[in-house]
Design a protein around this ligand. Sequence first.
Ligand code: 3NM
Length: 209
Amino acid sequence: MFHLPILYPITDRQLSRLTISEQVRLLASSGARLIQLRDKISPPKQFQLDTAEAVKVAHEFGAQIIVNDRVDIAQTVSAHGVHLGQDDMPPEAARRLLGDHRLIGFSTHNVEQAVEAAKLPVDYIAFGPIFPTRSKQDAAPVVGLEGLATIRKAIGQKPLVAIGGINLKNAQQALKAGADSVALISALYENPNEIPQLVSEFLTLQRQG
Ligand code: 3NM
């Protein structure tokens, strides 16, 4: 089974005011091992170019890259995998395209979706938003730490990422409630100079399971 690193940073061009590869360099050189490239604004051509560059940077540091939404882009840049939402290409179809050696992550927002996801050919399940978030425009209702604990029980051993409003103050609680990993956007990018320090602090968190 895929082993999720405890920290799962996601890029954000607006919040960080950095290019995708600048973000990846800062994150990977500070110890992040798995990074999701997310860019809801750039046209596909730009995202493709940025992603190709970011994959090269990640390789320098031995970090793995997951591409948000775009199975085709993940494939052409030989990313480690793709992260899909409920309205993206279904995971079974993505698995047929990507084969068994690439990672597929899948977003879920309630118990039904998570239980369904656990039966799909996905390597990890993301669940959220755990807390209120301003980084996703069409975020589902907040599920809370209780919701997270329920999902942990419902999906057995499947690798689980908590997402939405996670920061240094509440990350340990999310891990205690059963997450294997915490996904972060806004907690990382208030001040790009602080990214290395923040990554180090998040990396001191302890998995509970
Ligand atoms: N997905 P922040 S919440 C990208 O609930 C994303 O699936 C979510 O950003 C989900 O760490 C979210 O700034 C935004 O709250 C996470």
